[in-house]
Design a binder for this molecule. Sequence first.
Ligand code: SF4
Length: 413
Amino acid sequence: MGTVPPLSYSGFSAYEECPLRWKFRYIDKLPELPRGYFSFGRSIHSALEEFVGPLAKAAGVGIVPAGAPGTVQRTLRDFDARSGKVEPEEERTLPPPMPLPELLEIYRRVWVSDGYLSPEDEKRYFDLGADLLRRFHALFLSAPPCPIAVEQELDAQLDGIRVHGIVDRIDTTPKGALEVLDYKTSKELSWQDAKESDQLTLYQVLVERNYSRPVETLTLYHMRTLSPLRTPARGPDEVSELASRMGEVSDGIRAEVYDPRPGPYCQRCDFRARCPEWKEVPVEERARVFELVERYAELRRQGEGLRQEMEAVASELHEISEHLGVHRLSGRSGTVYRHKETPWVFPPEQVLPVLQAAGLLPRTSRVDGEQVARLLHDSKVPPEVRRTLREKGSRRAEWALRFERNGGRYRDS
Ligand code: SF4
C-alpha cells in the first residue's frame, strides 16, 4: 500500500487528470520542461508577495489562528453587517504601500527566465507583467484592500484526508469575515471559473480550519484585467462533493493505482515517451508485433464469420424443428434439443433505482438480467426488495437449442 502525502490542489487535480502522470511527477519525481507562462505566473506572484506582504503582516496581527488558546471557530452568521468592520485589537500603524519604482525593481529581481520560446517572447511577457503591475499598483493605492496574509501555507484535515495549500492572499471583508484570493495570470477567466473552482473550495476549507474567522468570499483575481471574480463561500454540499472526490484520489494513491488516462492533457504531457499509451515499440520488436496484430485481426475476422455461420445454422435448425414438430435432432457426433427458455428481463430505468436504494449496485453495476434474477432467490436480499424487483421484471419466452455431444453437453443458441 502506498503512503498518501498531504494533497494539494495541484496534486489532486493532476491525479484526477491522469494517475500515471501523477506518479511520474510525485513518486518518480521526473522533471518537466519549464514553460514561459508558468515562469511568468511565478514572477508576478513573487513580486506581489513582496509588495503586499509587509501590509498584510501589520494588518493581520489581530487575526488569530483558529487553534490559538481562547479562540473559537465561528460561522458566517456571527458576522452580520451590524457587527461592523474588523478593528485591530490595538491601534496599529500600517506601513505605506511601497512606491511603484520599488515594486518594479522587485519584479526585475524575481523575474524567472525559464521556458520562453525566444528572447522576444520573454520580453513580451516581461513588458506585459510590468504593465499589469503598474495598473495593479495604481488600483491598490486608489482603493486599498485589507490583506491579512499572503502566500499563506496551510494544512488541515478534510474528512480524514490530509490537505495542504499555499493561499495567495487573504483579506478581511467589511463584515469582518475573510476573502480568499487566488491570482490568475491566464489569458481568459470567467466568473463561472470562480464558481466552479475546486482550488477555491479547498482553500476555503484550509482557511476555515486555520483562522478564527469564517470565509465569506472566494475570489479568482484575473491579473490581466485586474478583475476580482468573486463568489460566495461554498456550502456544505459543495465541500462534501470535493471531499468525496479527494477521498477517491487518496484511495487510488493508497492502492497504488497509476493507470494512464489518455485525454486532452496528453498534448502537454512531458512523459509521453515513457507512457504506454504513447511509447513506440522498439525497432527490433516491430516485425514480431506486426505479425501478432495481423494474426489477431485474422482470428477475430474468422471468429466473427463462424459466429454468423453458427447463427444461420441454428436458425435453420429452429425452422426445421418447428416445421416437423420435432424437438430432438440427431447427427453423427451428438444431438440438438430444442426447448423453451423464459429469461428475466429488467428495464434498467426501473430497476437501477431499486438496486441503488438497496445498496446492491456494487454487485450489479449494470443491469444484467441473469445477475438480477439471481437476487430474486438470494436470501440475503430483503424480501420487499426481491418483491419489487419481481414486479418490475418480466419473463420472455424464447426458443433455444442445447447440443449434447455423444458423451458431453453444450448450450448453443
Ligand atoms: S501521455 Fe497522457 S496518458 Fe500518458 S501519462 Fe501523460 S497524460 Fe497520462
